[in-house]
Ligand binder design. Structure first.
Ligand SMILES: NC(=O)c1ccc[n+]([C@@H]2O[C@H](COP(=O)([O-])OP(=O)(O)OC[C@H]3O[C@@H](n4cnc5c(N)ncnc54)[C@H](O)[C@@H]3O)[C@@H](O)[C@H]2O)c1
Length: 319
């Protein structure tokens, strides 16, 4: 199958591309490289030696999209997005344009070509988890940032296209994803940022009181979740969580990663009103529909990420 992966040169995208190639599919990537890197795709090949085709461009370019859909991809995995909560607060208009208008333009192509759209949304559309219960797909929604609001708007459009036109769509809500190839600069995820600071001998900075919890999903498990949802007919029309079902407080995570070798500092959150107090997912639907279970534990994922960071600090590779 020909698969179009938007944002395929980004962190999660790179692993999704790899998984599709490993399964023998033909992969075309569209990415404007605003957050991704060409090097993220280096060395990725299917068994017959074919690499991904990278088209540098913007998902908001209708002419480019028409040309990319001309040979009717079987599925389009839509990952391209502005992914930073702070950027969405600073510039909500651009966020809306990329994350909502961009999704709408892709939906139009998918409608025309009968291509399945796998929309990668986020757990940040949910209200905080209560007591001991994980968040399931019917739990209350409460977007607290333009980023989360835009993702929810784009989800609604996808589901409306499914109902109105029969366009095959799947909406996925991965929880906090981490691992190799994630940025570890100011724009990065909390795990690579913490690991990189420890490796550089710098104190770890926790935003807020550190009691906020997150359900950390290793990126190869996330990619497996996305690819299974792209290939399963049972997933069509559904909204599905990707999570481990376990959460950890960010302060405890920092202490574990610091291991006493660097101090842990507590800083005011830059956007306290957009912080979600507790995020832990219930992933029973993904298990039942996709036969998917995460397979990498947090300690193992931290080790794999830390090893990768050490290697790329040596080679000066990623950010
Ligand atoms: N990382 C997480 O924890 C997480 C969790 C849940 C959902 N997600 C979602 O997964 C997707 C991928 O996130 P990521 O963490 O890999 O981030 P990323 O920034 O590494 O990937 C996004 C990619 O989209 C590209 N892009 C951005 N705007 C574009 C545009 N207008 N046209 C074409 N390409 C564009 C970027 O260059 C980048 O390669 C996003 O949709 C994000 O909302 C991420």
């Amino acid at each position: 199958m020909l698969v179009l992966v938007t944002g395929g040169a980004g962190f999660i995208g790179r692993w999704v591309v790899k998984r599709f190639l490993d399964l023998g599919h033909v992969v075309r990537v569209i990415d404007n490289l605003s957050g991704g890197r060409v090097e993220n795709l280096d060395g990725l090949r299917s068994a017959d030696g074919r690499g991904p085709e990278l088209v540098q461009g913007d998902v908001r370019d209708p002419r480019l999209l028409a040309s990319l859909f001309a040979d009717r991809p079987g599925a389009c995995v839509h990952l391209a997005a502005r992914v930073n909560v702070q950027s969405s607060l600073d510039d909500p208009a651009t966020d809306f344009s990329v994350n909502v208008v961009g999704t709408h333009l892709l939906l139009e192509e998918c409608r025309r070509r009968e291509t399945r759209l796998v929309f990668v949304s986020t757990c940040m559309v949910y209200a905080a988890a209560v007591e001991d219960e994980g968040i399931n797909e019917n739990s209350p929604l409460l977007p607290l940032s333009p980023y989360a609001g835009g993702k929810l708007a784009a989800e609604s459009l996808c589901l409306a296209y499914q109902r109105a036109y029969g366009t095959p769509v799947v909406v996925l809500r991965p929880f906090n994803t981490y691992g190799p190839y994630q940025r570890f600069d100011g724009e990065g995820g909390v795990i690579p940022v913490f690991l990189h600071r420890v490796q550089s001998g710098l104190p770890l900075r926790v935003h807020g009181d550190g009691r906020q919890t997150r359900d950390f999903l290793f990126v190869e498990d996330c990619a497996d979740f996305i690819v299974r949802a792209s290939l399963s007919d049972r997933a069509i029309g559904l909204v599905i969580n990707g999570a481990t079902g376990r959460d950890v407080a960010v302060g405890d995570l920092a202490k574990a990663i610091a291991g006493g070798s660097v101090p842990v500092e507590y800083w005011p959150s830059p956007h306290p009103r957009s912080e979600i107090a507790r995020l832990v997912g219930d992933c029973r639907l993904a298990r039942d529909v996709l036969d998917w279970r995460p397979s990498v534990s947090l300690p193992e994922g931290l080790r794999l990420t830390s090893d990768w960071l050490r290697r790329c600090a040596g080679g000066g590779g990623a950010r």
